[in-house]
Ligand binder design. Structure first.
Ligand code: SF4
Length: 118
């Protein structure tokens, strides 16, 4: 069995997943804190790209987070750098659905947009 690691981008916890693969088939997933991590691992191990959904902090309101996503799919190899950038981001309010919260994330040419108001 081949072991691979990846970072779940299902939420801002960014769980490090250990994924067991055999002949292109997913055998096991460890390190996830919720079932979404297994679904994420399955999807990402067979796909080369995808959208990132996460929740960066809101500036001056540390207990609140804002749902955001990449406008389009981004390459799998950029997931970790995108997530690290978004974890460091503090979104300035007010913000409307569809507003750009980060342009050209990690040099991908893709913007990150809000999917809720704050
Ligand atoms: S496994 Fe669950 S808790 Fe961990 S990053 Fe993914 S969605 Fe979040």
């Amino acid at each position: 069995m081949e072991e691979k690691t990846t970072t779940c981008v299902g939420c801002s916890n960014a769980c490090e997943l250990m994924v067991g693969m055999e002949k292109g088939t997913l055998i096991s997933v460890n390190g996830n804190s919720c079932p979404r991590g297994e679904a994420y691992a399955f999807e990402k191990m067979v796909s080369m790209s995808g959208r990132i959904h996460t929740k960066p902090r809101i500036k001056d309101c540390p207990e609140r987070k804002l749902k955001v996503m990449t406008e389009t799919d981004v390459p799998k190899e950029k997931f970790k750098s995108i997530l690290l950038r978004l974890r460091a981001l503090e979104v300035q309010t007010p913000i409307e659905i569809g507003d750009v919260v980060c342009e050209n994330i990690a040099g991908t040419g893709v913007n990150v947009i809000a999917v809720e108001k704050a």
